[in-house]
Design a binder for this molecule. Structure first.
Ligand code: GLC
Length: 823
């Protein structure tokens, strides 16, 4: 007996949870009452098949499996251990079915085959193993190593559910969103349970968000699995057993979507087609933002805002952290610190500074506080299983918490923002919504939730709590601001959160290691469906020196969300806080963000409309090159700009890899061949940046904030290539939903060089009319002396070559065709 106890303890996972691990051994807290392993049940053999439209039901006589053809490339699999499926409801996937061209069921001696034009889902009759096969190449992906299995949860009811797939010898894994270690997930095990992870470390797990979506790349082809299960979930990518990849959860349904590639980009787009893309943010939201816990009183806020303007460092928003509130009561103001918020916000707006405020979920228990009273009277706060209110301590002291999984509560909460909107607040930052509770970490499991009328304990609702909070914030602001795009930020979330908010990566630390984590984290979030992501520039806790802060600003220019933030007990952390040369370099890089604004905005559009991720790691750019599965520093922002941040203290050069094609050094215009490594100098005032040959990168003049001045001309940087490349530029009003009525312009540029000439074509879609008339060209890398230039077949004579050997000329913004010919 003693020996077996030791054996069992050997198996206790580091998570030390009261759940079975993949070995099938349940670790209960009470070893006296439970020493015997609970045996898992596996699907046996297929006894029956039924078809209902795009759904196929397979049964082994007791358990049932539904295989649903969602689109030509997406297939969903669900398991009902005793034949009864749960309500088909998901916070992540608002609508399951997409367009399917054709699908069919075939039966062979050993298998059932459900095929679309692209992929076959194969179910083996004898052992119920499921796999997916590319119709054209025959490559098998995501194949079960053992049949889907489950185990009854005697304490809570329902089942622990498990899937185990083959992990191929050279297969690598990416995704899962909010993880803090290496980008490649192979050989590691993770769990998802939204956690307030103050000062988290490298590889600490879990963190703030749950994105149970991963991609496997094997033999140069990518597929994806989205395990849509909100309970605490686990992923093992060949850690416990090198040849197996498993995922499992503490409850709920074993339900996953298989998404076909073959390219990683295809899979990400398919994942976004299920869970949605980010709305276009208001343009000011992609400027530079300044935050701190906290800027107060009002005089301090004004001093910081004016500090940006007097030093001519661009900035679009300043944040008010919890201290603006009265005793941390959400939706109130501390009148001592902020006697006239309306006037302050207006004065800030007059110098182009937007005000963003924090709102937390914990509502102070105080019968004289209107939010608490309303919540109490309407029964909006969460309760424990025995009907007591869920109470816990957060910033205001003893709090109760709205149940955001109740649609009525969401509606109420969304309306609470009215006064803030009336005061002129431009954006809302939802924090502590894992939910975080001091001491215990979060709610106990027995807290009850409405779960949109379907009911559930906190085990089921925990991971969606933050997402539903920010959903109600977003929807509320959308109503209150009428046609204006809301700007919301959330710390916690679940797959699909991108429909409602951008995210920051929580309480990081001012260390070089965290700069590395930041770089990987943003890339990983981007390919995990949450592209509008940023980190606390400079590190939340601890003290960066000038060098670290500047390197972080440089990375921040190419983080979709660019905000500096720091904890209250740290020194000043504005771009000028470190003196020279740091201030000037920080200014230069923040200015670069504003120059690139039309490019950055276009990349956001590409994400919103087409589901492209904003940051694209090397593994995505060249998945067929296995070495790239391990390179994690370089990424492209959109399709055109390759970024290689400097992540080491004192680095004067760094090694970089350029993917296929030709690349211009952004600073020197030197042209380099891709598929090769280079060592690039990295003095503090630069960061390695490259532009894909053939690109057009639009540029605005530097502004101190978005919309500071009217745009007279848009600068088009054209990077010559002796092949053909398309570029896009998107334009619209910048902060309304008019784009939903086609009031936007999507311009496509086609650039083609042949050594003797360069041709540029433009096609335009949409109905928006920008105010400027001219494009001002800056053609880089022309390999010939210019003789003639024709714009729409009309020769123009006004051109010049500048000191950087770039060709300069102008044309009307509506040109269709430009030919630049050799002398
Ligand atoms: C949390 C947030 C942090 C914020 C602080 C005070 O730690 O992650 O960003 O400044 O709370 O509100």
């Amino acid at each position: 007996m003693e020996e077996s106890l030791n054996n069992e303890l050997d198996h206790i996972s580091p998570l030390n949870e009261n759940i079975p691990d993949e070995e099938g051994i349940q670790h209960l807290n009470n070893p006296v009452t439970d020493l015997k392993p609970i045996v898992k049940q596996y699907l046996t053999s297929v006894k029956e098949v039924k078809k209902e439209n795009n759904k196929f039901y397979f049964s082994d006589g007791s358990a049932r499996v539904e295989v649903r053809v969602v689109s030509d490339e997406i297939i969903r699999v669900r398991l009902a251990p005793h034949g009864v499926f749960l309500d088909d409801f998901s916070y992540a996937v608002p609508q399951v079915d997409q367009k399917v061209t054709l699908f069919r069921l075939e039966e062979t001696t050993d298998h059932y085959l459900i095929s679309t034009n692209v992929v076959t889902c194969r179910v083996s009759k004898a052992d119920f193993l499921i796999s997916f096969i590319d119709i054209h190449t025959g490559l098998v992906s995501g194949s079960d190593a053992s049949a889907m299995h489950w185990e009854e949860n005697v304490e809570f009811g329902g089942y622990y559910v498990f899937a185990t797939k083959h992990c191929q010898p050279e297969e690598n894994f990416f995704g899962l969103g909010d993880k803090s270690g290496n980008m490649n997930l192979r050989g590691r095990k993770f769990q998802n349970w939204n956690t307030d992870a103050y000062s988290y470390g490298w590889d600490q797990d879990p963190l703030y968000r749950t994105i149970p979506f991963y991609m496997g790349i094997n033999e140069g082809a990518t597929y994806g699995i989205f395990f849509d299960n909100t309970f605490r979930s686990y992923f093992d990518f060949g850690k416990e057993d090198n040849v197996k990849t498993s995922f499992w959860a503490d409850g709920g349904e074993l339900q996953y979507y298989y998404m076909h590639g073959p390219h990683m980009m295809d899979v990400v787009k398919r994942y976004q087609s299920l869970t949605g893309t980010h709305q276009l943010p208001p343009k000011w939201a992609i400027g530079y933002h300044q935050c701190r816990w906290s800027y107060y009183p009002e005089s301090k806020v004004r001093e910081i805002a004016e500090g940006f303007r007097s030093r001519e460092i661009p900035c679009d928003a300043i944040y008010l952290d919890i201290d603006y509130m009265d005793g941390y009561r959400c939706f109130t103001w501390n009148k001592k610190y902020f006697p006239d918020p309306k006037k302050m916000i207006k004065d800030l707006a007059n110098i182009g500074m937007k005000t963003v405020v924090m709102i937390d979920p914990g509502i102070k228990v105080d019968d004289n506080y209107w939010v608490f009273k309303e919540g109490k009277e309407n029964n909006y706060f969460c309760r424990r299983s025995d009907d007591y209110f869920m109470e816990g301590h957060v910033w205001p002291g003893r709090c109760q918490f709205p149940d955001f999984t109740n649609p009525e509560v969401r509606e109420w909460w969304g309306g609470l923002y009215k006064e803030l909107v009336d005061l002129g607040v431009a954006g809302v930052w939802n924090d502590m919504n894992e939910p975080a509770v001091f001491g215990s970490g979060t709610f106990p499991n027995d807290v009850r939730h409405n779960y949109d009328g379907r009911r559930g304990s906190h085990r089921k609702a925990h991971n969606v709590y933050g997402m539903q909070m920010v959903r109600s914030t977003y929807d509320g602001l959308k109503k209150l601001q009428r046609n204006k795009r809301p700007f919301t930020i959330t710390r916690a979330g679940y797959s699909g959160m991108q429909r409602y908010a951008c995210v920051w990566t929580g309480d990081n630390v001012a260390t070089w290691e965290h700069l590395k984590i930041a770089n990987i984290q943003c890339q990983r979030m981007s390919i995990s469906g949450v592209p509008f992501c940023g980190t606390d520039i400079g590190g939340f806790s601890g003290e960066p020196d000038g060098e670290l802060f500047t390197r972080w600003i440089q990375l921040g220019v190419f983080s979709p969300f660019m905000r500096a933030h720091s904890a209250g007990d740290t020194s000043e952390r504005e771009p000028w806080s470190f003196g020279e040369p740091f201030t000037s370099i920080n200014r230069k890089f923040i200015e670069l963000r504003y120059k690139l604004m039309p490019y950055i905005y276009s990349v956001f559009w590409e994400h919103h409309r087409y589901g492209f991720p904003i940051l694209r790691p090397l593994a995505m750019l060249e998945q067929e090159n296995i070495a790239n599965h391990f390179r994690q520093d370089e990424f492209t922002f959109g399709d055109k700009i390759l970024v290689c941040p400097v992540l080491e203290q004192g680095a004067t050069s760094r090694r970089i890899y350029l993917p296929k094609g030709k690349w211009y050094n952004f600073w020197s215009h030197e042209l380099l061949n891709g598929e090769d490594e280079y060592v690039i100098d990295t003095p503090l005032e630069t960061m390695p940046l490259f532009v894909r040959a053939g690109s057009i990168v639009p540029e605005y003049p530097v502004m101190q904030y978005v919309g500071e001045k009217p745009i007279d001309e848009v600068w088009l940087n054209v990077y010559y290539a002796d092949y053909e490349v398309n570029s896009f530029m998107y334009e619209d009003h910048g902060d309304t939903f008019a784009y939903e009525q086609d009031i936007y312009l999507e311009k496509k540029f086609n650039v083609k060089g042949d050594g003797r000439s360069l041709h540029i074509e433009q096609s335009i879609e949409g109905l928006y009319t920008p105010n400027y008339e001219l494009y001002d060209y800056n053609v880089i890398g022309l390999p010939f002396t210019v003789g003639k230039i024709f714009v729409d077949d009309k020769e123009i004579f006004d051109f010049s070559i500048d000191e950087q050997k770039c060709l300069r000329f102008k044309s009307n913004k509506n040109f269709m065709r430009i030919n630049i010919l050799k002398a």
